[in-house]
Design a binder for this molecule. Structure first.
Ligand code: AMP
Ligand code: MG
Length: 286
């Protein structure tokens, strides 16, 4: 199949409408991967860097030239511990100019944040004009950990799906392209990754004893994820499930999704707000 007729990765990974069960998604799959596998993945991911870099610079330039009209991009990363949210930031987002990326990691809310509506801290972290925002966890925690741990009553969290859809629709309408990625790691692979962290002193820092507590509630988390993928999978802000058992695929897939979305913006270089001919003459004469 030629590159022109290939199915876009965003379509391959997009969650279909209707009831969703992560049980039906293979965490070790490699849909749309054009190469042979692990061997060439690093090269392929890095091969995206030149195009990504050009596209990101166009976005950034448009943000400078016309902040009001300039699009923004927001990558939302969700996934269980060890699914690789940090790895994505390093390997996929690391391919573009760090000046153009606004990274935000969401932890348990601070005392200050708890005084506000749960979307308050999210709104504050939204990317500005020309920027690519990356959320490592997001407002979805407010229907994931919050639901599983019963941090608020069901009557409250159950209203949030519709509220999140409304919030995201507004975001998109005001010029933000949302790329929602659920990094789907399997229960078995998570165990292997946690064990690997305890087998190597250079990885101890990544291990958090609390991860095993969350792991012990795996079915409840999967149920909460299924609900998110079903209830908040809208036409303007669809979910993608990224098979994440193979790190090389996961990194390539998110980089390619970003490339595809940036290319879809089809951004021209901004027109200068000065007379180029006059300025050339001035530079020559200087
Ligand atoms: P990590 O991303 O591994 O550094 O862990 C961040 C922790 O913050 C995870 O245990 C999340 O479940 C937790 N967290 C993030 N957002 C929220 C939230 N809105 N309410 C409660 N816990 C949260
Ligand atoms: Mg963690």
């Amino acid at each position: 199949m030629s590159a022109a007729t290939k199915t876009p990765l965003s379509q391959l990974l997009r969650v279909p409408a209707g009831p969703v069960s992560l049980k039906d998604f293979d965490a070790a799959a490699t849909p749309g991967y054009p190469g042979t596998g692990k061997k060439d993945a690093e090269k392929r991911t890095e091969g995206l860097a030149a195009e990504l870099s050009d596209l990101q610079e166009r976005l950034f330039a448009n943000g400078k030239a016309d902040p009001e009209q300039s699009p923004r991009v927001l990558v939302v990363l969700q996934g269980m511990d060890t699914s690789g949210k940090g790895g994505i930031v390093r390997h996929a987002m690391g391919l573009v100019d760090p000046q153009g990326v606004a990274l935000k990691s969401f932890k348990a809310p601070t005392e200050e944040e708890r005084k506000h509506h749960y979307l308050w801290r999210i709104r504050q972290a939204l990317p500005g004009p020309g920027l690519i925002g990356v959320f490592d966890r997001s407002h979805y925690e407010d229907v994931l950990v919050v639901r599983v741990e019963q941090l608020v009553p069901e009557a409250e969290w159950s209203k949030r799906y519709a509220e999140i859809n409304e919030f995201e629709a507004e975001l998109v309408a005001s010029g933000t392209r949302l790329i929602k990625c659920m990094l789907n790691v399997s229960f078995e692979e998570q165990k292997a990754r946690l064990a690997a962290r305890l087998a190597d002193e250079s990885k101890y820092w990544k291990y958090n004893p609390g991860d095993v507590d969350a792991r012990s509630k795996w079915p409840a988390y999967m149920e909460a994820y299924d609900a998110v993928l079903q209830e908040c999978n809208t036409a303007v802000a669809p979910w993608h499930v990224i098979p994440a058992d193979r790190k090389w695929y996961r990194n390539w897939a998110v980089a390619e999704l970003l490339r595809e979305n940036l290319a879809g913006l089809a951004l021209p270089w901004p027109k200068p707000d000065y007379d180029v001919t006059v300025e050339r003459q001035r530079v020559d004469a200087s």
